[in-house]
Design a protein around this ligand. Structure first.
Ligand code: ADP
Ligand code: AMP
Length: 220
């Protein structure tokens, strides 16, 4: 089912944004735009942006609005974004949400909706400390909630090397959760006022959350 929409996924670190963005991408052809992935690539490439943001990311703090907005402004102009997109991890502050609004209205392609994946803090440490990804294809897993079918082998590409994110430790999670509540959560009210907000219960299992999101997507 090809769907061309522009949506934002909102929620604390570990709520399932990346997992669900990939599901929506596979189901609809809309593309996942993850600012976290873009920044991790910049760090791995040791690009000028990567060198600037490495320590901030490792500490679990937010990268400056200026760097992020410039990065997304460039990315959103690429031709593949015409397929529609799922923003995963952006916007994460009111200035970023305002900048997104300006970028999209300049293109004449407004946002269709903002979906909050609501998960209470007490779920988050377990979600994040159990997260790992395939080192070859990036497929996401969880030690308890989303294990590979065959232990130690990636379901998607068969590789046997996996990696854990450096910032996925209990101490950094606390900093990331504070940043979420202090700086990011106000965008929920921002989108509510704009009449764009939908909320799904992120404490359900992965398939149930995906089904709830697909139902919401049909209404946007
Ligand atoms: P985010 O992108 O919001 O930081 P992820 O999608 O990477 O979060 O999910 C964090 C971890 O929790 C991953 O290991 C993922 O497999 C797992 N996960 C995602 N959604 C759920 C869910 N609904 N129930 C249990 N575990 C989940
Ligand atoms: P994520 O992969 O979404 O968990 O993001 C990982 C880290 O990248 C965050 O903890 C921040 O340091 C940084 N980051 C990603 N997206 C943003 C954003 N929109 N604004 C500020 N920092 C971001």
């Amino acid at each position: 089912m090809a769907v061309v929409k522009r949506i934002v996924l909102i929620g604390p670190p570990g709520c399932g944004k990346g997992t669900q963005a990939k599901r929506i991408e596979d189901a609809t052809g809309m593309i996942q735009l993850s600012t976290g992935d873009m920044l991790r690539k910049a760090v791995a490439d040791a690009s000028p942006v990567g060198l600037k943001v490495k320590a901030v990311m490792e500490a679990g703090q937010l990268v400056s609005d200026e760097i992020i907005i410039e990065m997304v402004t460039d990315r959103i102009k690429a031709p593949d974004c015409a397929k529609g997109f799922i923003l995963d991890g952006f916007p994460r502050s009111i200035p970023q949400a305002e900048a997104l609004g300006s970028m999209l209205s300049e293109n004449g392609q407004p946002l269709n909706g903002a979906i909050e994946i609501r998960v209470p803090d007490e779920f988050i440490v377990e979600r994040i400390t159990g997260r790992f990804t395939c080192a070859k294809c990036g497929a996401g897993y969880h030690e308890k909630f989303q294990k590979p079918v065959k232990e130690g082998v990636c379901d998607k590409c068969g590789a046997t090397d996996f990696s854990h994110r450096k910032d996925d430790n209990e101490e950094t999670v606390r900093t990331r959760l504070s940043a979420y509540h202090d700086v990011t959560q106000p965008i929920v009210g921002f989108y509510e006022k704009a009449g764009l907000l939908k909320v799904v219960d992120g404490t359900q299992n992965i398939d149930q959350v995906a089904a709830s999101i697909m139902k919401v997507l049909e209404t946007l």
